[in-house]
Design a protein around this ligand. Structure first.
Ligand code: SF4
Length: 366
């Protein structure tokens, strides 16, 4: 196991002092990459165990390419978190194995309470989730009872249980527009960049929790401008969890699924991609003749953790996936009452998506 110490700085209005900076730390334990000959045998073993255990593997776009390929090769699925959960819900398998981060496993469990949900590593988390502790968030909501609470998918079950709506990045805009038309004031959590982007697009009254993603927060404007100058025909694809200075340089701003669609549909031959580099596997598979470059995280303001890959997504590997299937451990449990309340905010979004005819594959998220 390789271990990497991650510091998650966040200051948020729920802490009572907006300038106070708290630091959360997590050890991201990344499984070793197996040798080629070991890998082939491991993949065969995992395929066999998935079948024997009536299990289906669903993987996020940000996990390593071996897991994405394995999910697709075994009748599983590669997508964003909500679609992963919806797929698990529609698939007849009794066990869902989620290769992603903790909130994705929880969402799968909330939507599929009768199924067994396993994850390669239960410590795989998310800085947005960690930066929005449920008790502080509940206090923040209680202090603003006049606001409709809208939370991003990247939150714990307990935070979703306090929310009126859960949203993903591609449906956040229409939902906030809809709430604004109803005269609602909004309390948004946890990603401040996505919240600000939506606020600017909709002009809604939004009070923002000040969380951020450790990957998207690291993209550097000056270095991106230099890269754009060196690749003048390249189109810039940006996830809205990125800072405003990066979003301002984008040709397309969108969720993971929207960015993948854009990379396929646009005529350009070169793309600069400002989101986790795990997404490049899908983009390159769909458009092998195009060039995909990672937006820079190096440059002025960079620190020792600046990189384009989520340390928690990197905790998913073939070795710990095989171990989980073998031993049946790392099961996700969500308190039933919390899960039922959280499901209300998720279901509200799903119903809205159906009304505006936005099918699951377009809902997207981090
Ligand atoms: S990439 Fe960012 S938003 Fe996605 S799981 Fe990692 S820390 Fe969370």
């Amino acid at each position: 196991m390789q271990k990497k110490l991650i510091s998650i700085p966040y200051d948020h209005p729920g802490a009572g002092n907006q300038s106070a900076c708290s630091t959360a730390q997590a050890w991201a334990s990344q499984p070793r990459d197996p040798q080629p000959e070991e890998k082939a045998a491991l993949i065969e073993r995992i395929k066999r165990m998935l079948k024997e255990q009536d299990a289906v593997l669903v993987a996020h776009y940000y996990v390593n390419s071996d897991l994405q390929d394995l999910a697709e090769a075994t009748g599983g699925y590669v997508s964003d978190s909500l679609d992963m959960a919806k797929f698990g819900n529609e698939h007849p398998a009794r066990t869902i194995v989620v290769a992603g981060v903790r909130f994705m496993g929880e969402t799968a469990k909330i939507l599929n309470p009768e199924k067994r949900v396993l994850m390669p590593d239960l410590e795989a988390n998310c800085s947005l989730d960690l930066g929005c502790p449920a008790d502080e968030f509940v206090a923040f909501c209680d202090a603003h009872p006049d606001r409709t609470v809208v939370v991003y998918a990247n939150t714990s079950a307990a935070v979703k249980a306090r929310a009126d709506w859960m949203v993903t990045s591609s449906i956040a805009l229409p939902i906030v527009k809809h709430l604004k038309e109803q005269g609602k004031k909004i309390l948004w959590a946890p990603d401040r960049h996505l919240g600000r982007y939506i606020q600017e697009q909709t002009d809604a009254d939004m009070l923002l929790w000040q969380g951020s993603c450790v990957v998207h927060d690291e993209f550097k404007m000056n270095a991106l401008e230099e890269m754009m100058a060196a690749h003048p025909t390249a189109k810039v694809l940006v996830h809205p969890e990125s800072p405003r200075s990066i979003v301002a340089l984008a040709d397309v701003v969108g969720s993971t699924t929207q960015l993948i669609n854009a990379s396929q549909k646009m005529d350009a031959q070169e793309f600069i991609v400002a989101t986790d580099n795990g997404i490049l596997h899908k983009m390159r598979t769909l458009s092998p003749h195009k060039l995909f470059l990672e937006a820079p995280t190096r440059g002025y303001g960079a620190n020792c953790i600046s990189c384009n890959h989520c340390p928690w997504m990197a905790m998913n590997g073939l070795l710990n996936l095989a171990e989980v299937l073998e031993k049946g451990h790392n099961e996700i449990h969500v308190d039933r009452a919390v899960g039922e309340r959280a499901k209300v905010s998720i279901q509200r979004m799903l119903d809205f998506a159906r009304q505006i005819n936005l099918p699951g594959k377009n809902l997207g998220n981090a």
